[in-house]
Design a binder for this molecule. Structure first.
Ligand code: PRX
Length: 659
């Protein structure tokens, strides 16, 4: 851990970008940032017209926005094919022969695809998908690891107008099945297995299990990544096709033509559905559309990461989360950036892996998560110190609040004190980064997510809807719609309206608590709803609870977060068992396995505690704030306990069982 002065200084330190960085940056001063931000709000149409100049629109838009809460449309009248902005446009420039993807496999193999090659692969797969009968508007599931083909699959879907829905490879077969069923996918693209920390995640096997009960899936495309010995797979004739066999087929001339010169779609054509956790047991399928999303991720990639030719940009997120969608695929590729893609774990074969990748490939921009940074701190400075990290010029953080200690370590040890650190706040719903400090323009304060980006009208509000005073804590809300926002929850518009747009004053409710300091800098504290952020993974307490109560031994369950030095939050569950069931260690193991199966290993509880009963109000509502205190080891219960049905329940819960 870094020096103890870090936390003492946490609120008043400012890190000003080096003059050398600012001199070459796209936005070079705070004044320039302010005027751009103000213009994006006062003259949005002119602002976005200027800032989307580089993108390929086959038909320009006729009006900027149509907003009847909660329904938004942006760039009305525009027609485009998003893959042309990410691929075709670069074939006319020097980028043609420059790297688009630099891929490092976990075992150490690597591969580079230039923009020309990436375009070629996407066109080939697009033609093959058309020949399989996949059409505009169809949904395609993707369940893959971090391989170039995952990017190719996403872009090929986009190219033919199919809506992709990527499920993170850490999700279980049951979770995949639920997602495929919800979005009614016709096709699933997967791989035999994925490397993870030297082990194999048997993706195809899990996909088989999922597809068995996914009634709409007609075909499965399977990439061979790890080989027969490591992941034996069963190919079902008529349903399953090897990726290589599919690509080797001669496509029909009509499909080739349609893949080469793809159709232009309406600005609001559905681009992807991505599931995320909310406050009920059922994940929300957030739907993102085309033009507004592209505009948001393009502009933010360009300005926040200050992308320039010659950069090698590395976002370590998984393709299965929004960060992978926006900042591995659509954002950086629309800027013509060279993107590094790493397949495996940060500590395989040892804690030097990230740093060795940076040295080996000459990474200049690194975008990662606080949980990873904290794990690296724990592993020791000797790991990064073994490698040459001088190619780095900019560092980014995303996914959860970054504590000032982690921020300063990142800045000092990884960035050598010379690289600006951009802490970026945003969500699956927002599509693109909403808050940060532009690296050459604004000073950073460790722990603060900075200032609003272009088009973002954001505020901290009290429950009454009034703006909070500086440094007063409240709810983070966005006061007007913005181009890259999710348009709806797939097949559940009522939930979308209710979850995000039900505030009386018409603001978008983020679900996060925050404060804004006297300099206008935002400090995001974390979720204030029933969503946890465990190691940067968004997990709904209700999802965990419904997974647990689906186990035959469980009567009731309550999941809460507990502060954790490494993961930000750890997941603690309180479980009452049915009568006659023995609450012992063996049952804890079974419940852990059960969560693995129902959701995925990443959602495993850090602690399972058996309870005789859960604290409830007289009307039967579980009183979570007490459970949170107990999980965190708080000795005295604060707050009103008068509505508690039975005070003994609390006293009993404090006796930690160690079954
Ligand atoms: O609580 C905020 C936290 O992550 C939530 C969004 O999670 P998800 O949709 O999975 O997207 C994560 C990647 C964008 C937010 O509501 N969060 C995200 N970034 C930050 C953050 N909290 C604090 N600081 C951040 N930089």
């Amino acid at each position: 851990m870094s020096d103890s002065t870090d936390s003492r200084l946490k609120d008043d330190r400012r890190f000003v970008p080096a003059a050398e960085f600012s001199k070459h940056a796209r936005v070079q001063s705070h004044a320039e940032y302010t005027s751009l931000h103000e213009r994006s709000l006062s003259e949005p149409e002119a602002f976005w017209r200027e800032h989307t100049q580089d993108l390929v629109f086959r038909k320009p838009w006729t009006s900027f926005q149509d907003w009847k809460s909660p329904d938004a449309k942006f760039f009305l009248g525009a027609e485009l094919n998003i893959s042309e902005s990410c691929l075709d446009r670069h074939l006319k420039s020097d980028a043609r022969t420059r790297a688009a993807l630099v891929w490092e496999g976990e075992p150490g193999d690597s591969r580079t695809l230039t923009y020309f090659e990436l375009h070629r692969e996407v066109v080939r797969l697009s033609a093959a998908l058309l020949d399989l009968g996949i059409q505009k508007g169809d949904r395609v599931g993707i369940y893959m690891g971090m391989v170039p083909e995952a990017v190719i699959a996403m872009l090929a879907c986009a190219r033919i107008g199919a809506t992709h829905s990527v499920t993170f490879g850490g999700f279980s077969a049951d979770s995949l099945r639920d997602r495929l069923n919800d979005c009614e996918a016709r096709l699933l693209i997967t791989q035999d297995g994925a490397y993870r920390r030297g082990n194999i995640v048997p993706l195809k096997q899990m996909a088989d299990e999922a597809v068995l009960q996914a009634r709409t899936v007609e075909k499965t495309i399977v990439l061979r990544r790890v080989g027969r010995e490591r992941a034996p797979v069963e190919m079902r004739p008529g349903r399953d096709i090897w990726w290589d066999d599919l690509m080797a087929r001669t496509p029909s001339p009509k499909s080739v033509e349609r893949a080469m010169k793809p159709e232009a779609f309406d600005a609001e054509h559905p681009l992807f559905i991505l599931y995320t956790s909310g406050s009920t047991g059922k994940p929300k399928g957030l739907l993102h559309t085309t033009a507004g999303y592209l505009a948001g991720v393009h502009v933010t990639s360009k300005y926040v990461f200050d992308l320039r030719p010659g950069d090698l940009y590395w976002c370590t997120a998984d393709i299965g989360w929004i960060t992978g969608h926006s900042y591995i695929v659509y954002g950086p590729l629309s800027c013509g950036a060279a993107c590094l893609l790493y397949e495996g774990a940060p500590n395989f074969p040892d804690w030097g892996r990230f740093w060795s990748i940076i040295e080996k490939h000459g990474v200049s921009i690194l975008y990662t998560a606080p949980t990873a940074i904290r794990a690296f701190i724990r592993a020791g400075d000797e790991w990064p110190q073994k490698y040459d990290l001088s190619s780095l010029r900019l560092l980014g953080s995303v996914g959860e609040p970054i504590n000032p200690e982690a921020w300063t370590w990142y800045h000092r040890v990884i960035g050598g004190g010379r690289c600006p650190v951009v802490d970026t706040w945003w969500q699956t719903e927002t599509g693109s980064i909403m808050l940060t400090t532009l690296p050459g323009a604004c000073y950073s304060k460790p722990g603060s997510t900075g200032l609003p980006l272009f088009g973002v009208d954001i505020e901290v509000q009290k429950d009454s809807g009034e703006a909070c005073a500086p440094n007063e804590s409240g709810t983070l809300v966005i006061k007007r719609p913005w181009p890259s926002m999710a348009r709806t929850i797939y097949k559940d518009p009522a939930r979308y309206a209710e979850t995000y747009w039900a505030a009386k004053n018409g603001s978008y409710v983020t679900g996060d608590g925050a404060r804004r300091d006297e300099d206008g800098y935002f400090w995001v504290v974390g979720r204030i709803d029933d969503v946890l952020n465990v190691a940067g993974h968004r997990i709904g307490t209700a999802e965990i609870e419904s997974a647990l109560v689906s186990h035959p031994s469980v009567a009731e369950a309550a999941a809460v977060g507990r502060p954790d030095d490494l993961k930000g939050q750890a997941l603690v569950v309180f479980v009452t068992v049915k009568s006659g069931i023995k609450a012992d260690r063996a049952l804890k193991d079974k419940l852990t396995e059960h969560v693995d199966k129902e959701i995925g290993k990443f959602a495993r509880p850090d602690q399972i505690r058996f309870a005789e009963a859960l604290p409830k109000t007289r009307s039967g509502k579980i009183m979570r704030r007490f459970l949170k205190d107990i999980a965190a080891g708080v000795v005295e219960t604060k707050g009103d306990t008068s509505t508690l049905e039975d005070f003994n329940v609390l006293a009993n819960l404090r006796k930690d069982d160690d079954a």
